[in-house]
Design a protein around this ligand. Structure first.
Ligand SMILES: [Mg+2]
Length: 284
């Protein structure tokens, strides 16, 4: 019997980004266009018994709605195979004993919290008594929301954001990251910086690892954004795969410090079909 090769590691699960990796949506995340190879790579991963999850930083919809939209576009995802930062928030906030959360965002942000048994407060409520503030996709943001959030923070609530990303990839080009911009406004008023719960936070990676039942060092994380998926994977010790169908370019990846560079760069997820990732053992 041979000792396990120290220079390789097993891959027992895959975390896929959505926008710019498997699909391109429009700015409102309604219709999806499939990126090359996405259907085939999911089928191949399933045929090899690899559990997978799509982890988006979007909170426009709840996971079941994202899954339905993906199925309509031809990608076979079940609701439990899609995670959003609101799924991570529901998990994190309930594990840490938060009970009343002021939410700045659409139903895609607050419904997963309600399902987890957390009391959701919206900014129009006269008195919040919130122990946390959660910021997500919030296109109708106005000054009353900012005021309600700042008052809750002054009264002791911790502030969390689904994302701090400045942009995300759409077929119309980069779109604004709304929750990070709102978090910055709250920080400028209160001095309290929001804890990020979506990518690239380790909370998101740990949540995906628990969802799949696979330790982080046996996960491959596939994404188009060097500051999100690649950063999250490298920091946590997962295997990082960058695709060139979204925000990353070969040049931008080559310019990263070696510890933050992806382990593997592919033109699109189609190239994963012939890669060692689907063979389930990669050079470490
Ligand atoms: Mg992306």
């Amino acid at each position: 019997m041979h000792a396990p090769d120290q220079r390789t590691r097993a891959i027992d699960g895959i975390v896929f980004d959505l926008d710019g990796t498997l699909v391109l949506g429009d700015r409102n995340n309604n219709g999806y266009e499939l990126l090359p190879g996405s259907r085939e790579v999911l089928a191949a991963a399933r045929a090899r018994g690899l559990p997978l999850v799509a982890l988006t930083n979007g909170t426009v919809h709840i996971p079941e709605e994202y899954a339905a939209n993906l199925r309509a576009a031809g990608l076979a995802f079940d609701g439990h195979e899609v995670m959003t930062p609101a799924s991570v928030a529901a998990d994190y906030l309930s594990r840490h004993g938060y009970k009343r959360v002021l939410v700045l965002g659409v139903s895609g942000v607050w419904r997963p919290l309600e399902v987890a048994g957390i009391e959701v407060i919206l900014p129009l409520a006269p008195e919040t008594g919130a122990d946390a503030v959660l910021i997500g996709w919030h296109p109708d943001f106005n000054l009353r929301d900012l005021e309600a959030a700042c008052k809750a923070v002054w009264a002791g609530a911790r502030v969390f954001t689904t994302s701090n990303a400045r942009f995300f990839a759409t077929r119309d080009g980069p779109a604004l990251g709304v929750s990070g911009a709102i978090a910055t406004m709250i920080a400028s008023v209160t001095g309290k910086r929001a804890v990020v719960l979506g990518k690239p936070s380790q909370h998101a990676l740990a949540c995906a690892s628990r969802r799949l039942g696979v330790p982080i060092d046996r996960l491959a994380v596939v994404g188009d954004d060097p500051t999100l998926e690649v950063a999250m994977a490298r920091k946590g010790g997962a295997y990082a795969v960058a695709v060139l169908t979204g925000l990353a370019t070969e040049k931008s990846l080559a310019e990263l410090p070696s510890g933050r560079r992806p382990h593997l760069v592919v033109r699109s997820v189609r190239d994963l079909l012939s890669s060692e990732v689907l063979a389930r053992r990669v050079a470490s």
